[in-house]
Design a protein around this ligand. Structure first.
Ligand code: SF4
Length: 63
């Protein structure tokens, strides 16, 4: 499996393991299409983004 290099550090991994985040996010981005992830792009540009920003850039207020 080709996993995003940020996965171990990413808050979305923690949310997923806590059962607070649907696995589809992990399946669709972190474990496959991480090159499309907005979080990843911001991380690599050194731009601040909140922990509850989803890979598509939307904020999830329940996290
Ligand atoms: S949410 Fe984005 S930055 Fe975080 S591990 Fe998944 S693909 Fe990587």
């Amino acid at each position: 499996m080709d996993i995003c290099k940020w996965y171990e550090l990413c808050p979305l991994k923690r949310f997923y393991e806590q059962g607070r985040l649907d696995k589809k996010w992990i399946d669709d981005y972190c474990w496959v299409n991480y090159s499309k992830c907005v979080r990843k792009r911001l991380e690599e540009q050194g731009i601040y983004h909140s922990d509850n920003m989803m890979p598509d850039g939307r904020i999830n207020p329940s996290l």
